[in-house]
Design a protein around this ligand. Structure first.
Ligand code: ZN
Length: 696
């Protein structure tokens, strides 16, 4: 699996706050579909009773997980998300096989998902066709030499097909007026995960860049170039991308909306990109001609313009050729697919084996036409009162947040009133959209996997850019219904829980409330808290970037978030999985997620206690040997039991705004006032330190 943004994502991804970076990515296990089973709500087999919960709670709740969940060779890690992801993938596959075989009686959506899957599975056809399906694009890259002025249109066409080329362009809600949909342009064009991969000087990074160059050279060689020429071009591509990286913002800066919001007349962008025909580009990517645009990373464009002028044509051509090949590798002859896996999954993340094709094709259909597939998924797996029951829990947790705002002593009445206003305006989106996406204009062919990929990407990019200048559709979702993840969107001010995560073990109607509030309750609290973390708190009830804090309250807030930055920066990333030895948890990068983890569990606990008291629950009564509050905390911790390859830990610590899994347990537990009582831990033990941090 790779950690790159999925092909059809056109949003400013940095500004929707998700639960887990990895759960967005396609992953799978080698077991046959029938063997995929969800984990139990309270997974007794993972608990290590020999460990002391007051010393190391992760070890206590998850200590036996690794022994029972070896990492399958085709995964970068094994955890609760992956188990459920595999369950869902098997379910999707059953739906897809039926749609594939359905014949003439199929609905329009069944034709699309069934034929997309069928074409994707036909690897013999991919091998037989070679590079023929991308020959028109390859020819246009060759033709650049004679007609360099066509570069802008070519870049627009490539980006429309979700092929990385120099920068990115898309649609977003205006940060300062969330009722408006505008265009943005921002840094991009890299083949490695982010800026610092090009700049760090440690041995591992030097080696990784060598491996990247070898990979790029191999892809170019496979496409027919002589090896020596390919090697030379790969070196030049690295140098070009390193220059783009140098002009880019880093992952921490990209989290700050003020740094990525610069609404300017389009002429500003045109002159920054002097020599690049921006109007021809807009036409090619099917953007309306805009008058103003968010120049999200303004330092980037002048450097890009300079590089486009100063880089020799052969290098620009090789760069475009490589990015075309890697973007469509999964639908090219298997040598390309294998080499792409070798670098992005094996080298970067340690995965040993490519996933079976049926799993990858099931995931591809979900990524391409997720609401056509998702409609059938929710009919079978999210029916009855599932939505109503979830909504009840969401309301419980929102009520807890309201009480929390009332109770905290560091915020003035004026700011509390604004916080309540924002909380009351949060829209709760559960399971699936009220209105399904219309794919009728998208052509899916039964025998053209690569064409399907490109057409689906173009369809999605057109759909996004078509929003510019139009009213906002607040019913829209950024994740497909089968996705095992959740997110908060600050411009929408909504929390979103796809049906894919509202399944055992995260949510199980047969389990007691302690377990469900610990699992999915903490997830709900996490997303809700994102509206009030260091980034979310900058947006108001309407989703506008607007400071609603008094100076004193903001100072108090920052004192509290600084506490988390310091606390998390002191955690050893290697503690999650030893060999990530040369990297540390980045407390600033992970601040929003850590705030959400801590606040989310706190709110879930408040909500659970309220409900349990209303129901006169006997708190001393044990189930499976654990009291209710013990079950609550164990269930929470077991959201994050994980067995992760060292390469993947390293990639995540360097790029992911979420802390490593072990720290999502131990780092959160130390800040929870309810924990000591649940396990009888004394103040001063590692799980209950003298000093802790609390924001929400
Ligand atoms: Zn999050």
């Amino acid at each position: 699996m790779s950690y790159r943004v999925l092909a059809v994502s056109a949003a400013l991804v940095a500004l929707t706050f998700t639960l887990s970076a990895r759960a967005q990515q396609p992953v799978a296990a080698p077991a046959p579909a029938a063997a995929e089973k969800p984990l139990p709500g309270l997974d007794l087999s993972s608990i290590d009773l020999a460990a002391d919960p007051c010393k190391d709670f992760y070890q206590y709740a998850c200590g036996k997980f690794n022994a029972n969940h070896p990492i399958p060779p085709d995964q970068a890690d094994a955890d609760a998300f992956y188990v459920l992801y595999n369950v869902n993938t098997a379910r999707l596959n059953t739906i897809l096989q039926k749609a594939e075989a359905g014949g003439a009686a199929r609905t329009a959506d069944e034709q699309k998902i069934g034929d997309y899957f069928h074409a994707c599975m036909d690897t013999a056809a991919l091998d037989a066709r070679g590079l023929k399906p991308i020959q028109p694009l390859l020819d246009r890259i060759v033709a650049l030499k004679k007609s360099p002025a066509t570069l802008a249109a070519l870049v627009g066409d490539m980006q429309r097909n979700s092929i990385e080329a120099f920068f990115s362009y898309g649609e977003q809600q205006d940060f300062k007026d969330a009722s408006k949909q505008i265009a943005y342009i921002q840094q991009g064009g890299l083949g490695l995960p982010e800026k610092d991969y090009y700049l760090r000087t440690g041995d591992k990074d030097v080696e990784l860049r060598k491996q990247y160059v070898a990979h790029v050279a191999k892809m170019l060689t496979l496409s027919g170039e002589p090896a020596a020429q390919a090697q030379k071009e790969a070196d030049a591509i690295l140098a070009l991308e390193a220059a783009l990286a140098k002009a880019s913002l880093g992952v921490v800066d990209m989290r700050e909306p003020e740094k990525t919001y610069h609404l300017v007349p389009v002429a500003t962008v045109q002159s920054a990109l002097a020599g690049f025909n921006f109007a021809a580009y807009e036409d090619a990517i099917h953007s309306p001609r805009v008058t103003e645009i968010n120049n999200a990373t303004p330092d980037f464009l002048p450097e890009l313009a300079r590089l486009l002028k100063s880089t020799d044509m052969a290098t620009l051509q090789a760069y475009l050729r490589y990015h075309l090949l890697t973007a469509v590798a999964r639908n090219l002859p298997h040598q390309f697919d294998d080499e792409n896996f070798n670098f992005y999954s094996h080298t970067l993340n340690g995965t040993q084996q490519q996933r079976p094709r049926w799993k990858r094709c099931s995931a591809s259909v979900d990524a391409a036409v997720g609401e056509a597939l998702g409609k059938l998924y929710v009919e079978q797996y999210f029916a009855g009162d599932s939505k109503a029951k979830m909504l009840e829990m969401v309301h419980d947790i929102e009520a807890a947040m309201g009480r929390d705002i009332d109770q905290i002593d560091w915020m003035s009445a004026a700011t509390k009133a604004r916080a309540h206003e924002k909380l009351a305006a949060v829209a709760n989106k559960i399971g699936y959209p009220d209105k399904w996406r219309d794919y009728s204009m998208l052509t899916i062919s039964r025998d053209d996997a690569l064409g399907n990929q490109l057409r689906a990407s173009a369809f999605e990019n057109d759909r996004q850019l078509n929003k510019i200048g139009k009213p906002v559709d607040r019913g829209e979702w950024d994740m497909s219904p089968p996705t095992v993840n959740a997110y908060y969107d600050p411009s929408m001010n909504d929390i979103n829980f796809p049906a894919g995560i509202l399944q055992p073990n995260f949510y199980d109607q047969s389990e007691d409330a302690a377990v469900n509030y610990g699992h999915i309750g903490a997830v709900i609290g996490h997303e809700l808290t994102h509206g009030f973390d260091d980034e979310g708190r900058k947006f108001d009830a309407k989703g506008n970037l607007d400071n609603w804090w008094t100076p004193d309250d903001l100072k108090n807030f920052t004192t509290r978030t600084d506490c988390l930055v310091k606390e998390y920066s002191s955690f050893d990333a290697g503690a999650a999985d030893k060999p990530a030895d040369d990297v540390k948890v980045n407390g600033a990068l992970t601040l929003g997620e850590n705030t959400a983890d801590n606040g989310g569990l706190f709110l879930a606990f408040m909500a659970y206690m309220e409900r349990a008291q209303q129901q006169h629950l006997d708190f001393a009564a044990k189930v499976n040997g654990f009291t209710a509050t013990q079950r609550f905390y164990i269930a929470y911790a077991q959201n994050w039991c994980a067995n992760t390859r060292p390469q993947a830990v390293r990639s995540l610590v360097l790029t992911d705004p979420h802390a490593p899994d072990r720290i999502r347990v131990d780092g959160v537990i130390v800040n929870q006032p309810g924990f000591a009582g649940a396990f009888g831990c004394k103040v001063g033990t590692p799980s209950v330190p003298q000093n802790s941090c609390r924001v929400w």
